[in-house]
Design a protein around this ligand. Sequence first.
Ligand SMILES: C[S@@+](CC[C@H](N)C(=O)[O-])C[C@H]1O[C@@H](n2cnc3c(N)ncnc32)[C@H](O)[C@@H]1O
Length: 226
Amino acid sequence: MSKSTHSPEIARITKVLTRLEKQSELERSGKLKLLHDDMMLAITPDTGRFLNILISAMNCTKILEVGTSVGYSTLCMALAFKQIQLLQRDFSGNIITIEKSNSKIQQAMNNFNEAGVEKNIQIVEGDALNILKKLNEKLNSRLNNDHKLFDFVFLDADKENLKEYFDLALSLLKKGGIIMTDNILFPEDYKTAMSEYLEYVKVNSKVYSVTVPIGYGEEIIYKIKD
Ligand SMILES: C[S@@+](CC[C@H](N)C(=O)[O-])C[C@H]1O[C@@H](n2cnc3c(N)ncnc32)[C@H](O)[C@@H]1O
């Protein structure tokens, strides 16, 4: 995510992304040894760019992320908001991102402040399943709830509850929106969970999807009907 730009706002986000990419590379290569719970476990830089392009091309204004970690993927999406703003001055976007680890939330907040995008991002602390259920209850309790729906959902937390996350995310997603799911192809440990997930998604008539072999493998799930 290192393309040069004349926008100081974009340069500010890119600087943080570059630092996080270096940290992530040390983690991946094993040069930086951390306990699993302290690892960033971020998407790869090419996946970040893919995510950024999708958000920009779709002109997304409302995004939901499950699994913030220290905010690398969130920043790739927030960068898209600033890029859209260069074309549409009055554009504004918002990301709700869910994370259970308080120490990662503290790091994410520092990263968002340093990048100058804290106003566009709301971090919700807690268990993703509970929070997604609450978001659904909130949506269902409103009569005119169209404006509450998300354009894009990124699923990147635990894999145990992935099918439930998908169902809950799908009802929060507007028609024409996308649910992107990470780790479809790697690591190998997720192979069984992910093939069960794909079977589950493929039989749902409200969506169709494709696996994109970038980074750890991304499922791009397109909602075609309510
Ligand atoms: C793979 S990392 C997310 C990486 C991030 N999306 C990125 O690319 O920069 C997964 C994160 O999900 C969080 N997580 C795992 N299970 C969760 C749950 N049930 N509820 C909320 N967060 C969870 C973990 O603490 C971890 O920080």
